[in-house]
Write a protein that binds this ligand. Structure first.
Ligand SMILES: [Cu+2]
Length: 495
């Protein structure tokens, strides 16, 4: 099924696009930089903390990203992406209505909830249908997200816009001294890379290695400026890209203070100059703009193809801008001191007596040998072969339960990837990164996670709290969406 107008698909390299738009381009490999003349909009906030319910409607629309040219897109409650849904602990009723002509789903990525309400491939919302579920939320505050998860369609549907942010909030951020005024000192940044043709229309060219775009979108917008007060600002960053891995830094070199990983707050801010963020991962950072100097969140170029796997630190040269910040002196900063202890703790599960499982993320022939043209994702046009990718040699099969886990039983999942880096996501739980390549995890990976970038090998420690039946199993998969769709996924029940 095609979401886009096929006539807009073009096969040309990035230089053509750069020449065509004539935009100020300072980013290697990035075609559209924008002009920084317009202010970044936050996604609409859908606050369900008081009402205990929210509704999402999958709908088709047109979105003008660049060059005043409309692209066919899909979104939740709007034409592209969805609202920031804010929920509190307790029971929340979610309604997902599907007005599209194809099945979609809404997987609550990062929620520790039963398999039956997880929104994965076994809970499609058929065309014209409605899905009503109760989400029993018991986990602490975190920035989670939601996106469609129909097997074989996840990459195209998310690329076209079927994703949004789900914030779990206990309402105590003021007491913690954390910025919490949405859109003022608490900013949501959904970072995605997308390809646009020379007329500025969204295009999708399947590639086995995952599609890399020629343009950065933040909250579905190109080249906007975020206006912030001259104080401490909280940035919640979601990597909502299909395949691109970012190495986040501030252009000025100023410190970032990490306060949360995927699945929750750290005990106290962690000062860092760089944070790696793979597809599906979230990070929350505090940035102090007290010196009132403009700055930008930037990323290094990171190569991740089967030919160049594991070249994280070598980068590939250069960096590009994700989001520019300007200070408005008229905004009075609400938070001027770095928060202290948040009251949360680092995960410290006991691995004694844990069930040991091994997962090898396999590229197969198609992935391994077709990598030559995949650089930048703009010239490699090979179509993904069905099920060319697998885990432990088994491509995903909707009718097969790959493993059975027990509630309360500690498990260590040893995940390895040889040819390139893969972000590994597990449904229905949060986990602790125990070791990365035999070493203690990188500082920014020490909090609760639900997605971990496997650059070689990592041991993940977890303990399942919720049930998942054989009819509504949890997934584990690579979060490069083209890999997931091509079979790098498995499923499991928990009882
Ligand atoms: Cu992968």
């Amino acid at each position: 099924m095609t979401i886009y107008d096929n006539r807009t698909l073009t096969r040309r390299n990035c230089l053509t696009a750069m020449a065509a738009v004539g935009a100020a381009v300072a980013m290697p490999g990035m075609a559209y930089a924008g002009s920084h003349s317009e202010r970044l909009d936050m996604p609409p906030l859908l606050d369900a903390t008081k009402t205990g319910r929210f509704s999402l409607r999958a709908q088709a629309g047109k979105t003008n990203f660049i060059n005043r040219s409309d692209s066919n897109t899909i979104g939740f409650n709007q034409s592209y992406l969805g609202p920031v849904v804010r929920v509190a602990q307790g029971e929340t009723e979610a309604t997902v209505e599907n007005t599209l002509k194809m099945p979609v789903s809404s997987h609550w990525h990062g929620l520790v909830i039963p398999g039956e309400v997880d929104g994965g491939p076994h809970q499609p919302v058929e065309a014209g249908g409605t899905w009503r579920v109760t989400l029993p939320i018991t986990q602490p505050s975190a920035t989670a997200w939601y996106h469609s998860h129909i097997h074989g369609q996840t990459a195209t549907q998310v690329y076209a816009g079927l994703a949004g942010v789900l914030q779990i909030s206990d309402g105590h951020d003021d007491a913690r001294g954390l910025p919490s005024t949405y859109g003022e000192d608490d900013l949501m940044l959904v970072v995605q890379d997308r390809n646009f043709d020379r007329r500025g229309r969204l295009s999708y060219s399947p590639n086995m290695h995952g599609v890399l775009g020629n343009t950065i979108l933040v909250n579905g917008q190109v080249g906007r400026v975020a206006v912030v007060p001259a104080g401490i600002v909280r940035l919640r960053v979601l990597n909502g890209s299909n395949a691109r891995i970012y190495r986040l830094a501030m252009a000025s070199g100023r410190e970032m203070h990490q306060i949360a990983t995927d699945a929750g707050l750290l005990p106290e801010p962690l000062a860092l100059h760089g944070i790696t963020l793979a597809p599906g991962e979230r990070v929350e950072i505090l940035v102090d703009f007290a010196n009132a100097e403009t700055d930008s969140l930037v990323s290094s170029m990171i190569s991740n193809t089967p030919m160049m796997g594991g070249m994280m630190e070598q980068g590939g040269g250069g960096s590009f801008e994700l989001q520019r910040f300007e200070i408005d002196p008229r905004l009075s900063p609400r938070i001027t001191r770095l928060a202290g202890n948040t009251g949360e703790t680092l995960p410290n599960l006991n691995p004694e007596g844990a069930v040991q499982r091994h997962f090898t993320l396999d590229m197969g022939m198609g992935g391994g040998m077709g990598g030559m043209s995949g650089m930048g994702g703009m010239s490699g046009m090979e179509k993904p072969a069905e099920n060319a990718l697998s885990i432990n040699g088994m491509p995903f099969d909707m009718s097969m339960i790959n493993l059975v886990a027990k509630i309360g039983q500690p498990e260590v999942w040893s995940v390895s990837a040889s040819m390139m880096m893969h972000p590994f996501h597990i449904h229905g739980t949060r986990f602790q990164v125990l070791r990365e390549n035999g070493n203690p995890p990188a500082p920014h990976n020490r909090g609760w996670k639900d997605t971990a970038l496997i650059d070689g090998q990592a041991d993940l420690l977890m303990q399942f709290e919720q049930p998942a039946t054989e009819r509504a199993p949890y997934m584990y998969h690579c979060h490069i969406l083209e890999h997931e769709d091509a079979g790098m996924m498995g499923q499991f029940s928990v009882g």
